[in-house]
Every structure is written in C-alpha cells, then in structure tokens.
Design a protein around this ligand. Structure first.
Ligand code: OSB
Ligand code: MG
Length: 368
C-alpha cells in the first residue's frame, strides 16, 4: 500500500450520563478519529484518550502533535506501507502507545479492507459474539448506584464492574452484593486510587467474592501490586500498569496480577494486544478486553479482540446505548447479554456520514 492522506476528525459526543471515576468525571466523549487513505483502501480508528491526561499521560492535543511530527513522518518514509512494518519504526519514539495504536489501527483497517478480511479473522478470534460487562461509575449515593446496577442487569449485562475510591468501596460493594446476590459476577476498579498502606482495608473486600480488583495502586509499581496480592485473596488485575507484552510477562512472573485487562490503545495497538493476550493465556491467566468509553469506531475492533480464546472473562465492551444516545456508527446492540463480533472487512464499521457531520468539531490534514 501507499500512504496518500491522513486526516484527523475531532468529535465530541455527549455521554448519556456523567461517568465518574477516582480520577475525574466525564460528560462527553471528546477525542479524534483518524482517517487514513491509501492507494488500496481507506481505514478509520479512534484515539482512546481524553483532552486531559488523567487516566494516562497522553491527551488529545498532545497526540495530534506526536502523530503529525513524529509518527507519521516515519510511516510516510516506509518504502511499503504495511501494518507489520509500523511498530519497528515507531519503537524509536518512546511511549505514546495511544497515539501509536490510533495510527496502527487505521492502517490495519485499510490493509484488511484491501484483502477483504475481517479483523476477527486476522487476530484469530474464536467467537461470533462476546458476553458484555458494564463499568458503573461512582454515584452520589448507594441508592443511586443500586438503581443504575438494576437497570444494567435488566438490560442483560452479565457482569458488573464498580468504580471505587477511598470512601466509596466497602459500602457500595456490600450493598450491591446484598441486593443482587452472591452469584452476580462482580468486580471493582480503583484506577490507582490506593496505596500499600490501604492493604488491610482492601483485604476486607475479600469477603464479597469479587472476580478481581483492578489497578488498586500507583501505575507501573509492579512490586507494590505483588506485595498487595500476597495479602489479598481477591485476584489483582492490572490495567494502567501494563503497556506491552513484556510488562505483562514480568507482572505475571512477579505475581503482581492474576488477571489481565488488555486495552489495545494502552499497549500500542492490536498486534501488541494479541501478544499481551498470548503471554497471559500461555500462563493460564484470564484476559478480558477493557474499554475507554469508545464510540463504535473503537468498540468494533475491541469486540474482535474480546473474541480471542484467552478472553475468558466478560469485558467492558458494552452496547452503544450505555454510552451515547446516538453513536457515530451503526449502534452495537445487546442481545441476550452479548454483542456481535463484526464480520465485515477491517474493523467492520465506519462513521455514518450524517452522524459524523453532526459530531465533527473540525477536520485537519496531518499528511498529504
Ligand atoms: O479504567 O477501565 C478503566 C473508562 C475510561 C478510562 C478508563 C477506564 C474506563 C472504564 C469504562 O472503566 C470502560 C468502558 O466501558 O469503555
Ligand atoms: Mg481500569
């Protein structure tokens, strides 16, 4: 393939309700789509980050500069454009996994479309539909939380994840357990809000039979997570701390995590995400696909990943309606607690022109 044009489309899509985590409150999905045009086909992807570096160090305006000034010039200089050739030349740029993932995914979408191959086939997915979990934000009251969980369970979600932080942990978890029973698959995500000094407090969560506790401690501190795991019966799951397959191998070897959340954006794209999956699966460590409140453009390829054999726990791959009144693609609809894995070439979806017109805040060519 030959690179002809790369365009950025800023979008802002209101969330159906504010999403509060230990690091902040989101009310809008405010990001950009990347549109790659080659001589063979076109591809789309979505930058998974936000305007502010609260979940991770990357952010929307920074990613645009990184793509324009550092990533795209290296890719444009390749003698032949192909997805497999990207990571070796992008490796020279430190970090910026989310920006790299956006570029790699758009090129991969174009390349797979040129072959007529769905991403799920390319990755080696083994399922036609994947069970859907849902991530429930921090609420003003336990009553409000119980209403939200009840609504999601009525829709058919098969697993609930509660966002927690100091002051919002034991009480909401106990309330959800008491109300919905011991059989509800339930887990929590702290987004780095605790320290090792909280180990005894977190140990009290063991009483609630949680599937896992996600990223309880500071990012990248595998040592502290391993120390915590020694004191908890609840499996520790890492999100923010895992940036590639090598980190994942180290974390598993150190017993810093017993479950892996794989987010393609966080590890630089779907090729590395597949390797993260493979290394965890080879160790018998369960994997699930996380989310970043993506629009359909980001959700579609995540569903292909979630259909890999090692993804044995339901992911945060929820239906479009959990996030948006109107998605930018054909909406993903929950059927019997599951979402379908896209079967069309590439990521399997594209922006609906009418929705794109309405949600687009601006377009810029990054490469022509
Ligand atoms: O930590 O998993 C996280 C959303 C934005 C940023 C980080 C996280 C999340 C979620 C929701 O938990 C995932 C989703 O439903 O897309
Ligand atoms: Mg998380």
């Amino acid at each position: 393939m030959k690179l002809e044009r790369v365009e950025i489309v800023h979008v802002a899509i209101p969330l159906v309700s504010p999403f509060r985590t230990s690091f902040g409150t989101m009310t809008t999905k405010d990001t950009f789509l990347l549109h790659v045009v080659t001589d063979a086909a076109e591809g789309w992807s979505e930058f998974a980050g936000d305007p502010e570096p609260l979940y991770c160090s990357e952010f929307v305006a920074g990613a645009e500069i990184v793509l324009r000034d550092f990533l795209l010039p290296r890719v444009a200089a390749l003698p032949v454009l192909g997805t497999a050739h990207l990571a070796p030349v992008l490796d020279g740029i430190k970090g910026h996994e989310l920006a790299k993932a956006a570029l790699e995914t758009a090129v991969l979408d174009a390349e797979l479309r040129s072959y007529g191959m769905p991403l799920a086939t390319y990755l080696g997915s083994v399922r036609e539909r994947v069970p859907a979990g849902v991530s429930v934000g921090i609420k003003e009251s336990v009553g409000e939380l119980l209403d939200a969980v009840e609504g999601y369970l009525a829709e058919g979600y098969v697993r609930i994840k509660l966002k927690i932080e100091p002051g919002w942990d034991l009480e909401p978890v106990r309330a959800v357990r008491e109300r919905f029973g011991a059989d509800l698959p339930l887990q929590v995500d702290a987004n780095t809000a605790y320290t090792l000094a909280d180990a005894e407090h977190l140990r009290r969560l063991d009483a609630f039979g949680l599937l896992l506790i996600e990223e309880p401690l500071a990012e990248n501190n595998l040592y502290a997570h391993a120390r915590l795991q020694q004191r908890l019966a609840t499996p520790v799951c890492l999100d923010e701390s895992l940036h590639n397959a090598r980190d994942t191998a180290s974390a598993i070897a150190m017993d810093a995590c017993r479950v892996v959340n794989v987010k393609p954006a966080r590890v630089g794209g779907y090729l590395e995400a597949r390797r993260v999956h493979d290394v965890a699966h080879a160790h018998g460590v369960p994997v699930w696909c996380g989310g970043m409140l993506e629009t359909g453009i980001g959700r579609a390829p995540n569903l292909a990943l979630a259909a890999l054999p090692g993804c044995t726990l339901p992911g945060d791959t929820s239906a479009s309606s959990r996030y948006f009144a109107e998605d930018i693609t054909e909406p993903f609809v929950l059927v019997d607690g599951h979402l379908p894995v896209p079967r069309s070439p590439g990521i399997g979806v594209e922006p609906l022109p009418e929705a794109l017109r309405r949600f687009a805040m601006g377009r810029r060519d990054l490469y022509t």
